[in-house]
Design a binder for this molecule. Structure first.
Ligand SMILES: Cc1cc2nc3c(=O)[nH]c(=O)nc-3n(C[C@H](O)[C@H](O)[C@H](O)COP(=O)(O)O)c2cc1C
Length: 351
């Protein structure tokens, strides 16, 4: 049963309007496959920026192949569009988008499975057309209504409305989902997903009530039994987090949300005190941040590493299994919407 089938689920060919969004620079092939197998849409994430981008492209291809070997359903891939200080698109974006297109051309199994590409961070420019011409659905993550309209006008198939409470790189305008999502769903006609702060059926029902077509989650999916590629200490740090334990610091593309700890203290946007990282040049700073993110995820260094998470971690107390969680979340959201409709039916009718 697909109780929340809608234009988005039909467009991307999934059962439930529930997406596991990109979680780079980390490994997510197993998690993505688990989410797609459960009837949602899983996403393979950007693998990081090694000195030699050919190594990064090779790793990305391995992740795509691993995911395809674990599911016979559709999945997505996320490539951020990084831009430098002058607005130039960074080299990794081009290399990685082309690597996905090449991989799909070379392997019919990948072509069947990788049906969606999500761009994020900066504006996608010519890459939107390139993604669609290659036969993929193009989703773009935005942090403002203006960016949503620009993406829709430039031909994106779906926009993902990213609120400031989200984990990882957050919008520089710092607008939260409750304000942003209804504004974007009024402004564009294409499907809209909410990202940031959703963790359960209540969040999904609320997103649908605000005119969105589904939710794209990060933190809830990190804290699952299926995310076995990440160090257990990372998952435990998120389960232990309480309200107020997160902070937005200077990330790679702008503000970035993670746990308040020794590493994020160096990068606090409020104080503009870059500490140890501040004594490095911009390229070294980016590498330091990526290294610190990967130290948390692969080595479990949750004090010296950057532990990216959304505010919603404070409300998550235990790991769940994706196979049960995804269909249950959809069913419960449908039940909430039906019970609200029943409760308020007739309220506006004359007596
Ligand atoms: C650890 C982590 C890494 C992330 N990496 C990326 C990324 O590479 N690209 C991207 O577009 N968003 C990234 N995000 C944002 C997520 O895709 C998603 O939009 C966000 O987690 C939603 O907020 P939530 O955590 O409250 O569900 C990341 C988030 C986290 C927590």
């Amino acid at each position: 049963m697909n109780p929340l089938e809608n234009r988005y689920t039909r467009l991307v060919g999934i059962d439930h309007p529930i997406v596991q969004e990109g979680l780079g620079p980390f490994r997510t092939p197993k998690l993505a496959a688990a989410v797609s197998n459960a009837g949602g849409l899983g996403t393979v994430s950007m693998p990081g920026f090694p000195d030699d981008l050919a190594d990064g492209a090779k790793l990305l291809r391995e992740h795509l192949e691993e995911c395809a070997s674990l599911t016979d359903r559709h999945f997505a891939v996320n490539i951020p569009v990084g831009v430098d200080g002058t607005g130039e698109i960074l080299g990794f974006t081009d290399v990685y988008i082309r690597a996905v297109i090449e991989a799909r051309k070379a392997e019919p199994e990948l072509e069947k499975r990788i049906t969606v590409m999500t761009t994020s961070a900066g504006f996608f420019g010519p890459y939107g057309r390139m993604i669609q011409d290659a036969g993929m659905i193009h989703q773009h993550k935005v942090g403002s209504t203006r960016q949503a309209v620009k993406a829709a006008e430039a031909g994106a198939d779906v926009v993902i409305a990213a609120g400031f409470e989200m984990g990882g790189h957050a919008p520089s305008k710092a607008v939260h989902t409750y304000v942003l999502v209804p504004s974007i769903t009024d402004a564009v006609d294409i499907p809209v997903l909410l990202t940031g702060g959703a963790r359960n059926a209540k969040g999904l029902a609320a997103a649908l009530a605000m005119g969105a077509d589904g939710v794209a989650m990060g933190t809830r999916f990190i804290t699952t039994h299926d995310n076995s590629d990440w160090h257990p200490a990372y998952l435990q740090a998120l389960l232990d987090a309480e309200e107020g334990d997160d902070v937005a610091f200077n990330g790679v593309y702008g503000p970035c949300r993670g746990l308040r700890n020794e590493a994020s203290q160096h990068l606090l946007a409020e104080s503009c005190d870059l500490g140890e990282a501040g004594r490095m040049n911009p390229v070294e700073q980016i590498q330091w941040k990526i290294d610190r993110m990967q130290a948390a995820q692969t080595d479990g260094d949750v004090e010296g590493g950057l532990v990216l998470t959304g505010q919603v971690a404070a409300e998550i107390q235990s790991l769940v299994s994706v196979a049960e969680f995804v269909p249950q979340m959809a069913q419960e959201a449908a039940d909430i919407l039906s019970s609200l409709a029943a409760r308020y039916a007739g309220v506006s009718q004359p007596a």
